[in-house]
Design a protein around this ligand. Structure first.
Ligand code: ME8
Length: 518
């Protein structure tokens, strides 16, 4: 047997200075959808998420909560694990940067960089934002309302003067540009890639990679007055997970060559400039792709704790149900672009696409089958050319289209293609009038119902990554065995067998009553 192709997908590891909100849920959800998709498509998948627990920001939050840093981290990190549970994320592991194996991996990477002459000791004098955990040049700063200096993100900055190790980032610009010229899809979407390229072309300065003014971090090997800059520590999590420094381990060899990092646009620079430079400098290959998605606002406003409009993912799942929320988040906004969350758009989307389109198709066809076909998969007559074309469009062709979009993280386009098939199937069902055929041409009625059920099976297989539970219910109702739900079953390979008994149909996608929620 040939080995399965591999796929390694990671989320950012989230800071534990704050509890999880919709933005965190969104990124991990997108990764979950891709991980599930690839597993169903025959890949050996490793899907990682976790928490970023070091740095000045976390140290300050722990102090403000009157807790030791580690007990504070334990508490907040557990909330991110709960979120993974509640959102039905299929991550293979959950990493924490306070784990010993991670501290060892960071120190091994540091030693390697030092050995190679990529790190040197000097003095840093400049602006630092604790909120962003980022260094800024004078020229990047903007003025606040009271004349104070602010980071380009609007975060406060402080003047820092301390002894610091530096990474020779300035030496890597050309090699990064060469790398991205040779691998045009290594950063997606393309608009984000262009931003990264112009940042690199504007000239890279050496990067301060250690701090001495606080202690909550990974000690620099051989000089523990210094702790590592939190980003060097954080980014390393992606290879800690695969066993770094054991680069010849099976996990590392299998997954690192097919790594994809999904991040929000706010942290693309760290992933697409600093990280590949660290990796190349340490003789490691770079991730195959970094995908940066857009930013959610809430009812048109920036989501922020101070505005008090943070969307709690636990609460919206409670209110609308898990799979409808998963569907909404992936369908509403083109993946990569910014989007706005509003209750009205959630309700409209769920009612239109799930209750009306998919829900009605399933409900109408399955209840007709229950009544008129003895609750069995219908017998059918010979298929016409047109019938075969409809079936193909809803199976092999659809898989090809969906796969093509998923390979570029165009999740919304994949969903659009599936829903086009659902809409065509509704059209076919209505135009065929199976209720009228019952008397005039029962064999044709059987064919129409069979085809509709078969389309629903293919749709149900393809919606599993987005709506695992609802899709399972749909496939249960079509009598599809649990071991026949991979994408190798799409189309003729997995065709429903006429005469197989079916369970009693039940509504899967209830309508949300607008008055109740708005
Ligand atoms: O940056 N819309 O962690 P973080 C969409 N620890 N996505 C959002 C969002 C919003 N309004 N708000 C947050 C860190 N996100 C570092 C990462 S990785 C080696 C270290 C998501 O807790 C988005 O994915 O600030 C963003 O990149 C991430 O949360 C930032 O999470």
């Amino acid at each position: 047997m040939t080995a399965k192709p591999s796929f390694y997908i990671t989320t950012p590891i989230y800071y534990v200075n704050d509890v999880p909100h919709i933005g965190h849920a969104y990124t991990t959800l997108a990764c979950d959808v891709m991980a599930r998709f690839k597993r169903l498509d025959g890949f050996d998948v490793w899907f990682l998420t976790g928490t970023d627990e070091h740095g000045q920001k976390v140290e300050k939050s722990a102090a403000a909560a009157g807790m030791t840093p580690i007990s504070f981290c334990d508490k907040v990190s557990a909330r991110f694990r709960d979120l993974a549970e509640v959102m039905n994320f299929s991550n293979n592991n959950f990493i924490r940067t306070t784990e010993t194996r991670h501290i060892e991996a960071c120190q091994a990477l540091w030693r390697k960089l030092e050995e190679k002459g990529e790190i040197y000791l000097d003095k840093y004098a400049g602006w630092y934002s604790v909120r962003d955990e980022a260094f800024y040049t004078e020229g990047e700063l903007q003025q606040g309302p009271n004349g104070e200096k602010l980071a380009p993100t609007g975060a406060p900055v402080e003047w820092v003067e301390e002894e610091s190790y530096f990474f020779r980032l300035s030496a890597w610009g050309d090699r990064l540009l060469e790398h991205y010229a040779a691998n045009p899809d290594a950063i997606l979407p393309a608009s984000r890639r262009n931003e990264v390229l112009s940042f690199i072309k504007s000239g890279l300065r050496d990067l301060s990679v250690s701090r001495t003014s606080f202690t909550w971090g990974v000690p620099v090997p051989g000089n523990d007055r210094h702790i590592m800059y939190v980003w060097i520590d954080a980014l390393t999590n992606y290879i800690t997970e695969l066993g770094y420094p054991a680069t010849d381990s099976e996990q590392f060899q299998k997954f690192w060559p097919n790594a994809m990092h999904v991040v929000g646009k706010d942290i693309l620079r760290f992933h697409a400039v600093y990280w590949p430079a660290f990796l190349m400098a340490a003789d490691l290959t770079t991730p195959k792709r970094v995908f940066a998605h857009g930013w959610w606002t809430n009812e048109g406003q920036k989501i922020s704790k101070s505005v008090g409009n943070v969307i709690d993912p636990f609460a919206i799942v409670e209110e609308y149900g898990l799979d409808p929320v998963r569907y909404f988040l992936m369908r509403e906004v083109p993946f990569g672009q910014d989007g706005d969350f509003s209750k009205r758009s959630v309700v409209n989307r769920i009612n239109a696409d799930l209750a009306n389109d998919l829900g009605n198709l399933a409900q109408r066809s399955l209840s007709m089958i229950a009544k008129n076909c003895d609750a069995k998969v219908p017998e059918h007559g010979a298929f016409t050319e047109a019938d075969l074309a409809i079936l193909k469009a809803a199976s092999a062709d659809l898989l090809e289209t969906v796969r093509k979009h998923m390979d570029r993280q165009e999740i919304h386009l994949a969903l659009e293609a599936i829903w086009r098939v659902v809409s065509d199937a509704n059209g076919f069902f209505a135009a065929s009038e199976p209720w009228a055929l019952k008397k005039s041409d029962p064999e044709r009625m059987g064919s129409v119902l069979y085809m509709t059920a078969e389309i629903l099976r293919n749709v149900g297989l393809l919606t599993q990554p987005i709506m695992p539970e609802k899709s399972a219910k749909l496939l249960d109702q079509l009598g599809v065995a649990e071991d026949a739900r991979g994408f190798d079953q799409i189309g003729e390979a997995g065709r429903l067998q006429s005469g197989r008994p079916l369970p009693a149909p039940q509504g899967i996608f209830p309508r949300i009553q607008v008055e109740e929620t708005l």
